[in-house]
Design a protein around this ligand. Structure first.
Ligand code: FNR
Length: 182
């Protein structure tokens, strides 16, 4: 049976570069993995008072992660950290205490920005959070990607200059999930 990956894009922007990277990556995935997009834009702001009776988008997020064998994070960097919308999703899934849906699920992090450090600091912050959430996170290769128009072809597939690196990255992530899915 295919391993199920929940993929989370940290940008809500219609023309998001990270969404485009995510969609292009999906064309490279090995056949034994199936990816399922987990929307986070309609989650309410996390409020502990609502934890006992969460809104439907929160229940849907928790179900999607609970069903997954691994989680792929594709995120931009906002002010040298992760976007608030992603942190909000992580907080929702981590509660109530002892019922975190993240714990034990293998994760991979990748991201693209226009800046030269290609989301490196956002990824480091995210690694910190995922360590606390007890998610084993792929360490290498790191994927700090600076956007260039040549990265994707006109039809949205990965361009020749980036294909080998990104194929290698997704293959390593797949191996990481297989190992942790036992
Ligand atoms: C940015 N951007 C940005 N880029 C970066 O490399 N480091 C950063 O710290 C920031 N900070 C930042 C804050 C905010 C609020 C915005 C809106 C943008 C630029 C960012 O990389 C660029 O907008 C990307 O296009 C965002 O990713 P998506 O939405 O295209 O996926």
């Amino acid at each position: 049976m295919a391993l199920r990956i929940a993929s989370i894009v940290g940008s809500l922007r219609r023309d998001s570069l990270n969404r485009r990277l995510h969609d292009a990556l999906l064309r490279l995935v090995p056949a034994d993995l199936s990816f399922h997009d987990v929307p986070i834009g309609d989650l309410p702001l996390y409020n502990p008072d609502e934890e006992a009776d969460p809104a439907e988008p929160v229940r849907r997020l928790k179900r999607a992660i609970a069903e997954a064998d691994g989680v792929l994070f594709v995120t931009p960097e906002y002010n040298r950290s992760i976007p608030g919308v992603l942190k909000n999703a992580l907080d929702h899934g981590s509660r109530p205490p002892g019922e975190s849906v993240w714990a034990g699920r293998p994760a991979g992090i990748i991201g693209v920005s226009q800046g030269k450090i290609g989301t490196a600091l956002a990824q480091q912050h995210l690694r910190n959070i995922l360590a606390y959430l007890d998610m084993p996170t792929l360490g290498q290769p790191e994927a700090f990607i600076q956007w260039s128009d040549a990265m994707l072809d006109a039809d949205g597939t990965i361009g020749a200059g980036s294909r080998a690196f990104l194929q290698g990255w997704i293959d390593r992530f797949a191996g990481w999930v297989r190992r942790h899915a036992g």
